[in-house]
Design a protein. Structure first.
Length: 290
């Protein structure tokens, strides 16, 4: 993969409003039989949790609470107040909750602060980042997963269409969240982590670090020893997708034993999103607006 994805164009530093859509108010985009929207009821949230279980536990080897393992659903207290973005394939037979093929969990700053904080704060020092931007609204992205058969360009486009439209609707200035490498050995991802540390580390007003007791250095190789193309090829698709958009990465990796992952913190100011992606999805989020 070419490293020109890191040559970011800076979009205007404004928060725009989504354009009028031909779709229902809670549907953010549609491609063929597939659409992206928010979960409408507890049954759909539980269905999203079941998909998370299938991906995180059955595929990636996570170990959840006994109750979650028994119910075969990944859930925690954050699910009660987060919004749940879905990708739904309406061509599938059955009830709406049986048509869900992908999900993201969205947590706005005002909601987080009213309910005890952000999930990412359990791994990263989020408070100083927020304090440096008192006039900005942040949104946490988490629990991203897609069923194997639907891991296609179309599904990824719909997830990002949903994130973008939701961010515009709520006046969000920056997104952040943990993204994961498989396994609990940072050293096994030395090339990728070192590339992230040297090339796209969040600096200055966007700097954020792993909690001291959880900190694992990402500086595992000297910069001159890093082959950027090979480093990008070794990264999970989600992290490469964030980089294409213009994301930065916090300092330090965190090992999550329960989820069998090595986490990094993604920081994505709206003003840093690559201009070509703004143009593709539409400055008003109207790209897949029906």
């Amino acid at each position: 993969m070419s490293i020109d994805l890191l040559n970011r164009e800076v979009a205007p530093a404004t928060v725009m409003k989504p354009a009028a859509s031909l779709l229902p108010a809670d549907v953010f985009g549609r491609i063929g039989s597939m659409e992206t929207r928010l979960a409408r009821n507890s049954q759909e949230i539980q269905a999203a949790q079941s998909i998370r279980y299938r991906v995180f536990v059955e595929e990636m080897g996570a170990t959840l609470s006994p109750e979650a393992m028994d119910l075969k659903r990944d859930f925690d207290i954050y699910d009660d107040f987060c919004d749940h973005l879905l990708v739904v394939d309406t061509a599938l037979t059955g009830e709406p909750e049986e048509q869900i093929v992908g999900t993201y969990r969205l947590l706005r700053q005002e909601v987080a602060l009213a309910n005890g904080g952000f999930y990412s704060a359990s791994e990263y020092e989020i408070a100083p980042l927020l304090a440096r931007h008192p006039s900005k609204q942040f949104m946490e992205l988490g629990r991203s997963c897609v069923l194997p058969h639907y891991r296609t360009k179309r599904t990824v486009e719909l997830l990002w269409q949903g994130n973008w439209a939701y961010a515009l609707r709520h006046g969000i200035h920056a997104m952040f969240g943990c993204a994961s490498f498989p396994g609990t050995s940072p050293e096994s991802h030395a090339l990728a982590l070192s590339f992230l540390h040297h090339s796209v580390g969040a600096k200055g007003e966007w700097a954020v670090s792993a909690r001291e007791e959880l900190f694992n250095t990402m500086d595992l190789m000297p910069q001159e020893a890093i082959n950027a193309k090979h480093a990008l090829m070794s990264m999970p698709p989600l992290i490469k997708g964030y980089l294409r958009l213009g994301a930065m990465v916090g300092n330090g990796a965190v090992v999550d034993q329960a989820f069998n992952t090595t986490d990094v913190l993604i920081v994505l100011p709206i003003e840093s999103i690559s201009g070509r992606y703004i143009n593709y999805y539409g400055a008003d989020a109207g790209r897949f607006g029906g």
